[in-house]
Ligand binder design. Structure first.
Ligand code: ZN
Length: 230
């Protein structure tokens, strides 16, 4: 795997507006409007467009701003891929087509492919995806550590590993709830408190939730070594 320099340790060196203008020229024939672009710390999306208007009525659709997340320690290539993905959305909105092309519809796919071809011709190591794959990405060192109550859920029947993450504040009621609900089930449940940085990628829940996030055995075993709560 290729090693990259961490990008956001010196994110003041990245000028979002300049990057937008650069790709607008190279990839979109300068057809995109000037919009405001800001950093945020979203864990769920690397980039998002804040819009106002009536969905399915492109005439009234208005872009408020674009937000690019620095939650993950992304490389310049990964950052560019997110930025250009959002720019494809801007392009679609600006077409003012009679039917608005929802999230990632046909019109979006056409411009995405077109842009990817141009990037390939330029021999840049950047491709625009529909959704970002964050496997292997690290949470940026700008994000502060946090403690989580982690519910470790082992599915004995399927041999699968999962977790749910909660605020340690609700520890007592959450543990009681799990003991009530999962008593005598095919799941093996245990509880730890941990500040493992990998956990920062997960939401911190305040209320009991029967869902779980799939994780691999290595991460599961690592968490299992933390201080157990009974
Ligand atoms: Zn998108």
């Amino acid at each position: 795997m290729k090693r990259y320099k961490p990008l956001f340790e010196k994110d003041e060196n990245i000028n979002l507006q300049q990057e937008y203008e650069k790709w607008n020229k190279i990839l979109f024939k300068n057809e995109l409007p000037n919009i405001s672009i800001v950093w945020d710390n979203s864990k769920v999306s690397g980039g998002q467009l804040i819009v106002r208007g009536i969905p399915n009525n492109p005439q009234t659709f208005q872009i408020i701003k674009m937000q690019i997340s620095k939650f993950m320690d992304r490389t310049y290539e990964q950052f560019s891929s997110i930025l250009i993905h959002e720019m494809c959305h801007v392009w679609v909105i600006e077409q003012r087509l009679p039917v608005f092309d929802g999230e990632h519809g046909d019109i979006f796919q056409d411009i995405r492919k077109d842009v990817n071809q141009k990037l390939k011709r330029l021999k840049l190591n950047i491709q625009v995806e529909n959704t970002e794959d964050i496997t292997g990405q690290k949470v940026s060192s700008n994000i502060k550590n946090k403690e989580f109550l982690v519910v470790l859920i082992f599915d004995k029947e399927e041999n699968k590993y999962g977790i749910m993450t909660y605020s340690p504040k609700v520890q007592k009621e959450i543990i009681k709830k799990y003991k009530d609900v999962f008593d005598d089930s095919d799941y093996e449940i245990s509880f730890v408190v941990s500040d493992n940085r990998e956990l920062l990628k997960y939401p911190i829940k305040q209320k009991f939730n029967t869902e779980r996030f799939k994780i691999d055995k290595t991460f599961f075993d690592e968490l299992k070594k933390e201080k157990e709560i009974k």
